[in-house]
Design a protein around this ligand. Structure first.
Ligand code: COA
Length: 145
């Protein structure tokens, strides 16, 4: 059974562990601000529990340009032993629903290609921006309206 729940100050350290276990050190760069703000963004940061064990997390950031909202996925990870059980998809579904609730026009992720999850996003409604990535990253966008 997969359940999602908010991240709070008592369990924030778990986010660090999930990031360590899901994102290779050479491309992992989460500032103290990233962790601090995680506690201030409510449902835009969530843990995923698989049979009551915390196995994944997503952390987004809301951006507003010209009165229009976008959600950026800053991190999304599921511990290797718990992959392919639908946990990542459920976290992503939560992100898409949250984006709709706040009237976002899109959800995007600036994905380091070293993560090898580009096809995972492409299979879930994301398309690649042809002109804005570079050799190391791709920008993948899910349009909502
Ligand atoms: C990408 C990730 C979150 C997926 O989590 P997950 O819980 O395994 O995802 P789901 O179980 O919902 O999806 C599994 C499906 O996607 C497929 N899949 C898994 N990883 C994939 C990949 N890298 N590329 C393409 N397809 C993939 C599986 O084959 C499976 O397909 P099926 O449903 O047809 O059997 C997880 O692999 C992960 O944490 N990766 C490392 C971190 C990362 O890349 N984060 C992304 C942005 S920061």
């Amino acid at each position: 059974m997969i359940e999602l729940d908010a991240i709070n100050s008592n369990n924030l350290k778990v986010l660090e562990v999930i990031n360590q276990k899901t994102i290779p050190e050479e491309i992992r760069s989460f500032s103290p601000q990233y962790y601090k703000e995680t506690l201030q963004i409510g449902p835009l940061a969530q843990y995923a529990y698989f049979n009551n064990v915390c196995v994944g997390a997503v952390r987004c950031k809301k951006e507003t340009h010209n009165k229009s909202n976008k959600l950026q996925i800053l991190s999304l990870g599921v511990l290797p032993a718990y992959r392919k059980y639908g946990v990542g998809s459920q976290l992503l579904e939560h992100v898409i629903n949250s984006a709709k609730e706040i009237g976002s026009k899109e959800v995007y992720v600036q994905l380091p290609l070293a993560l090898d999850s580009k096809n995972w996003f492409l299979g879930r409604g994301f398309t690649e921006l042809s002109d804005s990535g570079n050799e190391e990253t791709a920008i993948l966008v899910h349009h909502l309206q």
